[in-house]
Ligand binder design. Structure first.
Ligand SMILES: [Fe+2]
Length: 159
C-alpha cells in the first residue's frame, strides 16, 4: 500500500501542497519499511521518527497560517490534527511493544492513508481556498470549479 498525491488534492496553496508531497514521500518510506521483513526495530524507529518530525512541522505550519490569517474554522481543524497525533502515537507505541504484525501494519496504513486523504480533501482544501481569498500563495488548483466556496471569514458557502 502506498499513498499518491494527485491534483484532486491540490489546496491552491503551494506551501501546503509541497508539504503534503513531502509528507506522502515519508509515509511511503514507512509503509515500505513495514513491508520489508528484514527491517528491524531500529529501522522502523528511524522511519517512524522521520515521519513524525514532518507531521509536527507540517501541522504546525498550517496552524500558523490559520492563526496569522484569523481562520474562523481553525479550532475544528486543529482538533483534527490533535486527534491524528493521538491515534498515530498509540499505533507507534504498539509497533514497539507488539512488533509489526500484519494486522498492525494494515491498521497503520489504513489510518494514515485514509485519514490524510480525507483531511486534505475537505479540511486542507477548505483552508487553501480561504488562504487564496486572502491572497496567500499564488498556485492555482487544476479545476477551481471543483472547489468548495468560502467567504472571507472562512465560512462555507457552497460546493
Ligand atoms: Fe491540516
Amino acid at each position: 500500500m502506498s499513498i499518491a498525491w494527485s491534483e484532486t488534492l491540490a489546496s491552491g496553496s503551494a506551501e501546503i501542497d509541497n508539504q503534503h508531497k513531502e509528507l506522502f514521500a515519508r509515509i511511503n518510506r514507512l509503509l515500505a519499511a513495514q513491508n520489508n521483513s528484514r527491517a528491524g526495530l531500529e529501522e522502523i524507529g528511524r522511519v517512524v521518527q522521520y515521519l513524525t518530525d514532518y507531521v509536527v512541522f507540517h501541522f504546525g505550519s498550517e496552524e500558523k497560517l490559520m492563526d496569522r490569517h484569523r481562520y474562523s474554522s481553525s479550532s475544528g481543524h486543529k482538533a483534527q490534527h490533535a486527534q491524528f497525533v493521538k491515534v498515530f502515537q498509540r499505533l507507534k507505541d504498539r509497533m514497539f511493544t507488539e512488533g509489526l504484525t500484519p494486522a498492525l501494519q494494515q491498521e497503520t496504513a489504513d489510518l494514515v492513508v485514509d485519514w490524510l486523504l480525507n483531511h486534505i480533501k475537505y479540511s486542507d482544501r477548505a483552508l487553501g481556498a480561504f488562504l487564496r481569498l486572502k491572497n496567500v500563495g499564488s498556485a492555482q488548483t487544476a479545476d477551481p470549479a471543483e472547489e468548495p466556496v468560502y467567504d472571507r471569514e472562512g465560512a462555507f458557502i457552497h460546493r
